[in-house]
Design a protein around this ligand. Structure first.
Ligand SMILES: Nc1nc2c(ncn2[C@@H]2O[C@H](COP(=O)(O)OP(=O)(O)O)[C@@H](O)[C@H]2O)c(=O)[nH]1
Ligand SMILES: [Mg+2]
Length: 357
């Protein structure tokens, strides 16, 4: 899973990235032009409770990749936004913090205006891609064979529809496309079609008002668009402390649980993702899949051979396994279910996949 961080210049994108990746991102050769990538392990307490009872040699969390685009001082621009095209979802960092030493590109601090401005940038980038594709389709149509022609005309109609909505400043997420149409345009990797997490980047002194600040942005909440509050500068500093030190600091500041973990969890929810676990050869591992994934396809996450040669899966829910204490005990109690290829994997399932090569 890849999450691209977007936002106006000096909204705190790099600070958020550093907080999330604890400064471990792989730097691009020229940070001003290239994107920086960082891998984050998804905090999932269920994985640790499994490790506690199964005592594997290795415990491997699921991973999320974050992309921080390098942007020259002038502004975002389509070329830079294109670095986010591979992302599955966007984190849109919105500047709420006040700091005179960090001048804002638009002058005053106005998060609502910035959200609109940034959304417009995404729309313009999509519009450029859509127009280019339409031009290419037009020339392709001239020499097209009858069966190609039909497919081309269909695509043309869809893109025309999307283009006029974009011209009316409606992001693709809000265009009410059918699932089939949305799937069809997936390979264009259009930015306003991606789920989005609005991240309100507040200053330390705004922490006591976090809840009321968040409430002001409630109207942005809709399917595939969620929002969260983060004091990225503080989180970046906390990321440098040990876990316990950071926790003590959080308690002292009145921050209940890690807001960063919340950001990662929200991005999961935004994408309708769930986790399942495998336990094999001394390894407990978490995997990320979309909700409603059948067992055979889920097996393909682990290994393509497992998908191809899938026979069945032995399944038990995380909580059930924990209460049994071991797989052997679960088997004795008859709690390991045998499921076929069409079984819909549930969040927290522990899977043992049986397959032939
Ligand atoms: N006072 C304050 N400064 C912040 C906060 N978040 C980011 N900054 C500062 O804002 C400047 C721009 O942040 P940066 O992450 O580089 O923004 P980017 O251009 O969006 O990547 C840096 O000097 C940060 O230290 C914050 O919460 N409070
Ligand atoms: Mg930056």
């Amino acid at each position: 899973m890849e999450l691209g961080i977007t936002g106006l210049p000096k909204s705190g994108k790099t600070t958020v990235f550093q907080a999330l990746t604890k400064g471990r991102g792989e730097k691009a050769a020229h940070p001003s032009v290239g994107a920086t990538h960082g891998i984050v392990k998804v905090p999932d307490p269920r994985l640790w409770t499994l490790a506690e009872i199964l005592k594997p040699k290795r415990t491997i969390p699921a991973e999320v990749k974050y992309i921080d685009i390098g942007v020259p001082l002038k502004g975002a621009g389509a070329q830079h936004l294109a670095q986010l095209s591979t992302a599955d979802a966007l984190i849109h960092v919105v500047r709420v913090f006040e700091d005179d030493s960090v001048p804002h590109i638009e002058g005053s601090i106005d998060p609502e205006r910035d959200i609109i401005t940034m959304n417009l940038e995404l729309i313009l980038s999509d519009l450029a891609i859509t127009e280019r594709r339409l031009e290419r389709l037009n020339s392709a149509l001239k020499g097209a064979k009858p069966q190609e022609r039909e497919a081309n005309l269909k695509e043309q109609a869809l893109l025309q529809k999307i283009k006029s909505a974009l011209e009316n400043e409606v992001p693709i997420q809000e265009q009410g496309l059918t699932e089939q149409d949305a799937k069809y345009i997936e390979n264009y990797q259009l930015l306003s079609a991606k789920p989005m997490l609005l991240l309100l980047n507040i200053g330390e002194e705004q922490i006591p008002e976090a809840a009321s600040i968040k409430a002001r942005f409630q109207h942005h909440s809709r399917p595939h668009c969620d929002f969260a509050v983060l004091c990225s500068k503080l989180e970046m500093e906390l990321a440098e402390l040990s876990g316990t030190e950071a926790d003590e600091f959080r308690t002292a500041m009145g921050l209940e649980s890690s807001w960063l973990e919340q950001v990662i969890r929200l991005s999961y929810r935004l994408l309708d993702l769930i986790s399942f676990f495998t336990i094999a050869s001394d390894e407990v591992k978490a995997w990320t899949i979309a909700k409603n994934t059948p067992a055979q396809k889920a097996a393909g996450k682990v290994h393509t051979d497992m998908e191809r040669g899938f026979i069945r899966a032995e399944v038990i829910g995380h909580d059930e396994l924990i209460s049994c204490g071991s797989i052997a005990e679960a088997r004795k109690r008859g709690l390991l279910r045998l499921e076929g290829k069409n079984y819909i994997v549930q969040d927290g399932d522990v899977l043992t996949i049986l397959f032939h090569i």
